[in-house]
Design a protein around this ligand. Sequence first.
Ligand SMILES: Nc1ncnc2c1ncn2[C@@H]1O[C@H](COP(=O)(O)OP(=O)(O)O)[C@@H](O)[C@H]1O
Ligand SMILES: [Mg+2]
Length: 244
Amino acid sequence: MASHVLEARGLSKAFGGLLAVAEVDLAVAEGEALGIAGPNGSGKSTLFNLLTKVPFAADSGTVLLDGRPLDSVPAHAIARLGVARTFQRESVFPSLSAIDNVLLAAEGSRKARGFAARLRLAERALDGAGFPATLHNALAGQLPVFLRKLVMIASALALEPRVLLLDEPASSLTPQEIERIRALIARLLDSGMTILLIEHVLPLLTAVSHRLIVMDQGAVIASGTPAEVIANPAVVEAYLGKKT
Ligand SMILES: Nc1ncnc2c1ncn2[C@@H]1O[C@H](COP(=O)(O)OP(=O)(O)O)[C@@H](O)[C@H]1O
Ligand SMILES: [Mg+2]
């Protein structure tokens, strides 16, 4: 059995002359929470794109799931193999209800066949995200931002992922809501899920991550336990700006 559930070797992606992700290596163990920090534009969200191929794959490098290279595996098959993501930008359909948003995601499920099975899956996903049972039929566009975020997370959970990639789930939330996101991530980890978390809210990132990496200009510039990483002078420099 492979010791790492998800692994990346030499992942790179350029946009024109800009190297957004530059030769990134990482490895995540089953059940681990890997936090990803770094200034805006450092390549964190692009790294999630490359890991899932949603919406695009790397120019070079390899992603491995359970030690198996995914080079020739398309995005929808990667999702079916158990890797799901959320997006930093809002990605709910505002004119659909909460449950219909999650039902759409459940279409990608490898197991649930037929409407009734997908509905159960979508309801379970909303419950699992802590979304209120009374609001399943509310229009997503009329929900407050916290509940829209839960719909986004539930849409990922509807794929019953083993590996969940969360891109800034706590942005624009109040401290109380961030605490609920922390508790949700802790519950998912308790259930055995592997989690990659991009987050600017450092108290959340350090509270849930077993290990942290920091990106700057597309590259991983530091990694270790949260305490080790925060004490690293290169990390402070990346956030506060380099002297030129
Ligand atoms: N689809 C795209 N087309 C062109 N440039 C992009 C695209 N996506 C991201 N970038 C650029 O790549 C760099 C990394 O972006 P991103 O991965 O979103 O950073 P982060 O998530 O760390 O803020 C930025 O300079 C950004 O402008
Ligand atoms: Mg981003």
